[in-house]
Design a binder for this molecule. Structure first.
Ligand code: ADQ
Length: 749
């Protein structure tokens, strides 16, 4: 029970309770009936049935139970026709009379989906499939937390495939349940129906706890009221009022009954008004905050789930299950800059993945912090390109200032004991800034780029300040053992720190250090593409004639070694002229940091090399190199990877390189291509069965290319099988869960 300011709203609710005609739409599970460990156990008890039936029997009031449950199940509790029933989210409804079938749908597609999900549920203890005539719901409330991630990934992969084939359906995520149902059937349809049933001048009250109930809330008019029931969950809601539990819902219904029958309506429990502001509503309840410079593509609120899913990138896919299972929030830069004179805006947006908290940057921060210290100092230095590094006191000051600002904002998003997972070189000082604000909870950092050698790192004028700040984290994750060793060497040499195995003790605090290579979701690179995608890639392949495809895919960045790769390809055609007309290189470069001069320069260099090689060697029917300065969707990339005889992944230096893993995951195991991988990519540590190459040595690369192109089927299959096993073993889910488990363990120990 709460002790909110009821007094202020007593008159409001008294007037609502007395209004005639009044229509009440009440959800069942989690609203009138508390959650139980399985849907079978959650059922209305005698008290709830009597309460609703008594209320519905009064003059001037109608009551509908609006549920996702099947109609026969509902009818078994409310057999008469005093209580109206809306079943399966609105697919069926019963007023005072017979059931109406609102959605008239072919049951066959859902049956096939249910069969697939049934097989999945059988492998995951605690998971439960609920089958209704128009919907299929997978409940995972009884699946152990640590095991939910894998189940959800597989569930969403199956559901996404189904939705691609059946656009009339949609996915819906409720509280610990994933559900597929017809897109046209929503609880919102019950609202106009009830208004019509209640008659002219009706006021409606919609009560519910789930995302499906949000549709009801949204359909309510200005004369209506909507009440969300929420306990720990802090989903953004369209409701105007809130209650805490099904006990409180019953108390409110009892209040209506008492008011309308002239009984003393005490003790009074009334809904609390929801105050709306961009400030976080329940910081103390959030247990996990992910912090990264850029946020993934998110959109505010519901309705566009399918579209949004197409836009997510690698890190999002990796973190999605962990965020879902823990109800986490993700905080970062909105991607917008504002002029110095303008106010910085911030806010919280809800998406199917998580809550996103965003904040704008001032233009001077973008220049000094993002382009300056992050991408002008740390990025080149950590990738061992000292000649490209610039040091400036101003950009270091901006780096510190932005940390202070972000930490200030983050400390309002979560309580001081929440777990924080901070990402990448943009946020090396974050733990220090949070500790200064009293944060005591576990904080971990994962570095997505290499950690450089002592020689390199010690060039930074503020090196020891950065190291000290990093040691305010409890866990530091790197891609490879070499990056870990580099970090330990720097800490030992530059600080009065004690290093014992993988723990660094510094000024009374211990920091664990570990190599945790990031992975991908390999199965998602085996999905059948849409016909339009096949056509586009087939068109590109046709333009190559019969030549074999060597494929490069990168962000356009000097660390990726694109000019060196093109030159080596030219060498192949020089040294082994038999390949002329028989092999083509397609280089796909996604635009990146295009406003930074070095990157524009890189683009010009690449274009001139392509022009030279094509001009010297190209023939009427054969273009040696096709350079595509564009981004591709995931299914197009998958098709390209699969069509390529050689995955040409040759960065000069890379933290990991996910393209290498994606290429392997996309291959046809019966006729796989060859991964040619730079020995300086972090991925080379795990992917020893690739053809490893030195991207600084053009002659060597040309020979390695020749060898890769000639490799026989048996050797290709053997290498691919080993590579695939490693990509599957150490994947995105094991990475995210592994990091969070390790961080949890650091906090305990
Ligand atoms: P990046 O430097 O961005 O990541 P990488 O790991 O290769 O490098 O990831 C790039 C991603 O972008 C891949 O998922 C790839 O599919 C996608 N991509 C590349 N070119 C594309 C194109 N033309 N169209 C569409 N998509 C494209 C940083 C580090 C890496 C580290 C990752 C993750 O620099 O070393 O592996 O983070 O930790």
């Amino acid at each position: 029970m709460h002790d909110g300011p009821h007094g202020a709203h007593t008159d409001v609710w008294m007037a609502i309770a007395r209004h005639s005609p009044l229509g009440i739409l009440c959800d069942l599970d989690g609203t009138l009936v508390p959650f139980a460990s399985s849907p079978e156990e959650a059922r209305p008890d005698a008290d709830a049935i009597k309460l609703v039936t008594d209320l519905a029997s009064l003059p001037g009031i109608i009551v509908a139970i609006v549920s996702g449950r099947p109609k026969d199940w509902l009818e078994s509790f409310f057999p008469g026709d005093q209580v109206f029933l809306v079943a399966e989210h609105g697919a069926y409804r019963r007023g005072a009379g017979a059931w109406q079938n609102v959605a008239d749908l072919d049951p066959a597609p859902l049956a096939s989906l249910a069969a697939e999900l049934d097989a999945l549920v059988a492998r995951h203890p605690g998971a439960l499939l609920e089958r209704k005539s128009t919907t299929v719901a997978l409940h995972y409330r009884n699946v152990r937390r640590g095991q939910r991630g894998e189940l959800l990934i597989e569930t969403f992969a199956i559901i996404d495939r189904f939705l691609a084939r059946h656009p009339a359906y949609e996915r819906l995520e409720g509280v610990l349940v994933a559900e597929v149902r017809p897109a046209s059937v929503k609880k919102s349809s019950a609202v106009p129906w009830m208004r019509e049933k209640a008659g002219p001048g009706a006021r409606l009250i919609a009560i519910g706890d789930d995302v499906t109930d949000e549709h009801m809330f949204q359909a309510c008019g200005p004369q209506d009221e909507s009440i969300v029931v929420r306990s720990a969950e802090s989903r953004r809601t369209a409701a105007r009022w809130e209650l805490e539990s099904s006990d409180e819902v019953r108390a409110v219904l009892r209040y209506f009954h008492n008011v309308r029958t002239g009984q003393t309506p005490l003790p009074i429990i009334l809904p609390r008004q929801i105050t709306r502001s961009s400030a976080p509503s329940s910081a103390q309840e959030r247990t996990l905050l992910v912090v990264s410079n850029r946020l993934p593509d998110f959109r505010p609120v519901e309705g566009d789930e399918g579209e949004r899913k197409k836009n997510v990138g690698g890190l999002v896919s990796a973190l999605e299950p962990a965020l879902r299972a823990r109800g986490g929030m993700w905080f970062g830069w909105s991607g917008r800059t504002v002029a110095e004179s303008e106010p910085i805006e911030s806010g919280i947006a809800e998406s199917g993945i998580a809550q996103f908290a965003w904040v704008d940057y001032k233009e001077s921060w973008y220049r000094g912090y993002y382009s300056g210290f992050c991408n002008g100092t740390l990025w080149p230095l950590f990738h061992s390109f000292p000649s490209r590094v610039t040091f400036s006191d101003d950009s270091w000051a901006a780096y510190q200032e932005v940390h202070e600002h972000l930490a200030e904002y983050a400390s309002n998003l979560v309580g001081p004991r929440a777990m924080l997972w901070v990402h990448d070189y943009h946020l090396l000082l974050f733990a220090k800034a949070m500790r200064q604000r009293g944060h005591t909870g576990p904080m971990g950092h994962f570095l997505h780029i290499p950690f450089p050698s002592l020689d390199m790192f010690s060039m930074i004028p503020w090196a020891s300040q950065i190291l000290e700040a990093l040691l305010d984290f409890d866990l530091l994750g790197f891609h490879t053992p070499q990056h870990v060793a580099n970090f330990l060497a720097c800490a030992s040499a530059m600080l009065p720190a004690k290093v014992a195995d993988d723990v660094i003790h510094h000024r009374g605090h211990s920091t664990h250090v570990a190599a945790m290579p990031i992975g991908i979701l390999p199965d998602s690179f085996q999905e059948t593409p849409e016909p339009a995608v096949v056509e586009e890639v087939e068109g590109l392949m046709r333009s190559l004639g019969n030549s074999k495809l060597v494929l490069g895919v990168d962000r356009l960045d000097y660390t990726k070694g694109i000019p060196e790769r093109l030159i080596a390809f030219g060498k192949l055609l020089d040294k082994f002229p038999e390949w002329r007309g028989k092999v083509s290189l397609v280089q796909v470069s996604v635009p990146s940091r295009a406003d930074v001069p070095l990157y524009a320069e890189q683009r010009a260099t690449i274009e001139s090399i392509v022009g030279r090689i094509n001009g010297e060697l190209g023939e009427a029917a054969w273009v040696p190199i096709r350079y595509l300065y564009r981004s591709y969707g995931k299914s197009q990339l998958t098709q390209l990877y699969r069509a390529a005889s050689v995955g040409y992944v040759t960065p000069l230096r890379d933290g990991m390189n996910l393209v290498a893993k994606e290429y392997v995951a996309a291959q046809d195991a019966e006729n796989p291509g060859v991964l040619m991988l730079s020995q300086f990519a972090g991925a080379a540590v795990e992917m020893r069965d690739a053809v490893l190459t030195n991207p600084y040595h053009a002659d060597g690369m040309a020979r390695d290319l020749d060898r890769s192109l000639r490799m026989g089927l048996d050797e290709r299959k053997t290498r691919h099988a080993k590579l695939l096993a490693s990509v599957q073993r150490s994947n995105a889910v094991t990475w995210a869960e592994g990091f969070l488990d390790a961080l949890g363990a650091c906090a305990k120990g």
